[in-house]
Design a protein around this ligand. Structure first.
Ligand code: SF4
Length: 469
């Protein structure tokens, strides 16, 4: 390689939005060391596998991804392979034995230290899994290349979790909950907007317990939403993940009251049975959860809802499973993420006997997914014939002249825009799309030429007072 050619980093990312965010920060940290981004693993001098341990399969994926890089390393002896993320934090030295190709493994708290970890790379492989104490933890500011900024951006507001949900590894892998100071959050949102983002998603493990402000009524998260709402040029904000026990009426009212808060809430319920919820140590009952949903729907009747469901949790009886199905019927979620329970290392649920056999878990998962498919289809069909406010994200995969974007309710819409080949001018704008059809998970629509002519007016109007046209 020419000595003037920059070294390159390639990240193979698994898991949640927190990992997406971390992967972006890893790239930025190494860019500051002169690294460029590699389009493929073959071009890279440093490969980071950013692992996830929330599900069993994700962990297997980490091991098999690493296997693919073994051959690459034989042909490129200087190539460094590192494993970051939650599996790395959890397994440490053990992971080095399981993944012989890894030069080192490192936990999520050590992303800022990636350059110094690279400097330690030698024949002696190592695991770096220190957890930074709450008082000392500092959030890495996003520092994206302007060309890498899209219409939507992730902004972290919190790391770690102080809850003890019995099935969850996060408190072990990500440590105690730390809230990012509100001024840092607002500054980062404003930076993204200045670079062209129009929507931000505030991310954390349990955003409702955010405490970076010290507001008088103790509801720091609602106050943060209000402050983000005031950032000039921002068109939408979303947030994830919420914990039902910490979801307050004031946050519910933010959906009604704040111009930018989109009409979509992801509120993981996990099970429709209060008995199962108790064994999961979720600290709410089915009735309490439904009460929060009812209140929210009184304020914003058309809000879109999504959730997470675990089937086959230890001790889940057939009756408890039926309660989950009836909850899906009752709430009418727009979408769900559903999984079979799998025991994770170092979690309290390990003490419970994993009593639901594999075939039963499979059948229950199928029942949940079959029911939800019907509900999702019906929820999408309610849009047909209506006009939706869509934030345009980019070209649609459906073909030339087609764009895609999301409604306030987070539904993905593919639509044609009669702008005579200048579709790019619409990216980052709010437009009105007439919905003409619904697929399995997406909507189809058409922007009429009248709307295109009125577009600058519509966008200005929307930014000024939040009116939906
Ligand atoms: S709230 Fe529960 S499920 Fe979510 S990260 Fe914390 S412990 Fe895990």
């Amino acid at each position: 390689m020419d000595s003037s050619t920059p070294k390159k980093i390639f990240i193979q990312n698994f898991g949640c939005q927190m990992n997406d965010y971390d992967a972006e920060r890893m790239v930025e940290v190494m860019h500051r060391q002169g690294y460029a981004t590699a389009a493929t693993a073959e071009e890279a001098d440093l490969i980071v596998i950013n692992s996830c341990s929330i599900r069993d399969k994700a962990e297997q994926k980490t091991a098999s991804a690493a296997g693919r890089y073994r051959e690459l390393k034989q042909f490129k002896p200087g190539l460094v392979v590192a494993v970051g993320g939650c599996v790395a934090q959890q397994e440490g030295e053990r992971l080095l034995r399981r993944i012989p190709v890894a030069d080192f493994v490192f936990g999520p708290d050590l992303i800022p230290a990636l350059p110094s970890l690279m400097a330690r790379v030698s024949k002696k492989r190592f695991a770096a899994t220190e957890v930074i104490e709450v008082e000392d933890y500092e959030f890495l500011d996003a520092d994206p290349e302007p060309s890498a900024v899209k219409v939507t951006a992730l902004v972290t507001i919190q790391k770690g979790c102080d809850n003890h949900c019995a099935f969850c590894v996060v408190p072990t892998t990500r440590g105690r909950e730390v809230s990012r100071p509100a001024d840092e959050v607002i500054a980062e949102v404003a930076r993204f907007v200045a670079l062209g983002a129009r929507e931000v998603t505030l991310i954390g493990q349990n955003v409702n317990s955010y405490h970076g402000i010290g507001s008088e009524d103790g509801d720091d998260f609602a106050e943060l939403l209000e402050r983000v709402d005031a950032v000039p040029g921002l068109l939408r904000q979303r947030f994830t993940t919420s914990h039902p026990k910490d979801f307050t009426p004031k946050v519910a009212r933010a959906f009604r009251d704040f111009r930018t808060v989109g009409s979509w809430l992801h509120l993981p319920v996990q099970s429709g049975s209060s008995r199962t919820l108790k064994r999961m140590v979720r600290d709410y009952t089915r009735a309490e959860y439904l009460e929060k949903i009812d209140y929210l729907r009184q304020l914003v009747p058309d809000i879109s809802l999504s959730t997470d469901i675990i089937v086959g949790y230890p001790g889940e009886s057939e009756a408890e499973h039926q309660e989950t199905l009836s909850l899906l019927e009752q709430v009418q979620y727009d979408s769900i993420y559903s999984f079979e329970y799998s025991a994770r290392p170092d979690t309290p649920a390990l003490k419970l006997r994993d009593s639901v056999h594999g075939p039963i878990k499979k059948r229950r998962l199928q029942e949940v997914q079959t029911l939800q498919r019907k509900i999702t289809a019906a929820r999408l069909r309610r849009w047909i014939g209506r006009d939706a406010e869509v934030l345009v994200e980019g070209a649609s995969k459906r073909g030339a002249g087609q764009l895609c974007g999301r409604t306030r309710g987070n539904e993905l819409v593919h639509f044609s825009a009669p702008v005579g080949g200048d579709e790019k001018a619409l990216i980052g704008k709010l437009v009105s799309v007439h919905i003409t059809g619904a697929g399995t998970n997406t909507l189809i629509g058409q922007m009429d030429s009248d709307v295109v002519r009125r577009l600058p007016l519509i966008a200005a109007h929307r930014e000024a007072d939040g009116a939906v046209h």
